[in-house]
Design a protein around this ligand. Structure first.
Ligand code: SF4
Length: 381
């Protein structure tokens, strides 16, 4: 399909999970919890005739409630959680002479590529699970306790812009006590299919809000959907933690936009922190080879496998590599960020509560057990 030309996971055949999701919804014994990735809300509308980049968060939530999910939550919540852990890991490595650069780890598209092609560099990726996996781990522990249900009865469904997330969810290390963090992944296109199958008139839906506690999010989390967004979100938090000062201008323009590789230097406490952002596996390979050869030095890098980041993912409405569509989706992402009162992950009140009530310290023991993972050296393909 279209995936072959633009999707880094072209080697993978997409399995349609829609009927499995209907089965879970029809099973009275199950509590079915759904989460939606940042990039879905700026592309789903295209399936129903809207312009690219239309932000349809409220209609998307309404459609999921109409379909019959027991709880409708937001992967953005877990993106804020990812920043708590990843910024902590960055600060820890910076202050304790740890391995640099740190490489963001939310994109399973490059994780697999990296395990095969750069298996000598497995100490650079952050050990953080990707946001939807963190969500699943928290849902089946903290949330299950709060809802007073058996985690075995909970089914966690992720709506993702991504085909690779389906394979990521099946990795044996991404689970806890014998249960998988995430049970099923459907793409943006598959959600559109479900909305049609349910006979829902998407365009006339009234906006609805996510459920809580795992539905609250900041502007930092939504920008995960665009290339450069994860590093920008991490910087908003790491800057404040390291300097103990308020970051007034949260928008790091140099990290934004569609160029293949972007670089920025941010002065923190008198130290120049060097950052690089890249998207597309060809660009990623070039950047990693330069780092391996010692020709470039950075403190932090972000890699996304898809063009433009997750907004250009293989599970999104077809964009045929059209830059105009990608740019409009990116603009949708930044407008959602600007519309938020809170724009730094560590300010999310529900995240603070989660650490207070359950996790303890960021990057602490419980957080490691639930929210971190490891990588495996694999044979060169
Ligand atoms: Fe999936 Fe996003 Fe990575 Fe593409 S960039 S493979 S959509 S996680």
């Amino acid at each position: 399909g279209q995936c072959l030309s633009v999707c880094p996971t072209a080697a993978l055949t997409e399995v349609n999970n829609v009927s499995k999701v209907w089965d879970a919804l029809n099973d009275e014994d199950k509590v079915v919890v759904v989460q939606t990735a940042p990039a879905v809300r700026v592309a789903l509308g295209e399936e129903f005739g809207m312009d690219p980049g239309s932000v349809v968060t409220g209609k998307m939530v309404a459609s999921l409630k109409n379909i019959g999910f027991d709880k409708v939550f937001d992967t953005d919540f877990a993106a804020d959680l990812t920043i708590m852990e990843e910024a902590s890991e960055f600060v820890h490595r910076l202050e304790h002479g740890g391995k640099l650069p740190i490489l963001t780890s939310c994109c399973p598209g490059w994780v697999k590529f990296f395990e095969h092609q750069f298996s000598d560099m497995l100490d650079i990726p952050s050990s953080c699970k990707s946001p939807h996996e963190m969500f699943g781990a928290v849902a089946k522990t903290y949330l299950a306790q709060k809802m007073d249900i058996d985690p075995e009865k909970m089914v966690v469904i992720s709506v993702m812009p991504c085909v690779a997330k389906k394979y990521e969810a099946a990795r044996p290390e991404l689970g806890h006590g014998g249960t998988k963090d995430v049970d099923l992944v459907i793409t943006t296109r598959e959600l559109a299919q479900m909305i049609r199958e349910a006979g829902i008139d998407f365009n006339t839906l009234e906006n609805q809000d996510f459920d809580n506690p795992l539905g609250e999010s900041t502007g930092a989390s939504v920008i995960f959907g665009a290339t450069g967004g994860v590093i920008e979100a991490a910087l908003r938090t790491a800057y404040e933690w390291l300097t103990k000062e308020t970051l007034e201008n949260v928008e790091f323009e140099a990290l934004r936009g569609i160029e293949g590789t972007k670089e920025a230097t941010v002065n923190i406490n008198g130290q120049d922190i060097k950052i690089a952002v890249t998207h597309g596996l060809g660009n990623a390979r070039a950047l990693l080879e330069k780092i391996r050869a010692g020709e470039a030095e950075y403190h932090a890098i972000e890699i996304m496998a898809c063009p433009g980041g997750c907004i250009g993912g293989g599970g999104q409405p077809y964009h045929h590599g059209n830059l105009d569509i990608l740019k409009k989706r990116i603009e949708g992402i930044y407008s959602e960020d600007r519309s938020k009162t809170l724009r730094k992950s560590h300010e999310n009140p529900m995240i603070k509560k989660l650490y207070e009530e359950y996790l303890g310290e960021p990057y602490g023991e419980k957080a490691h057990e639930l929210l971190h993972t490891h990588y495996v050296a694999r044979q060169k393909m």
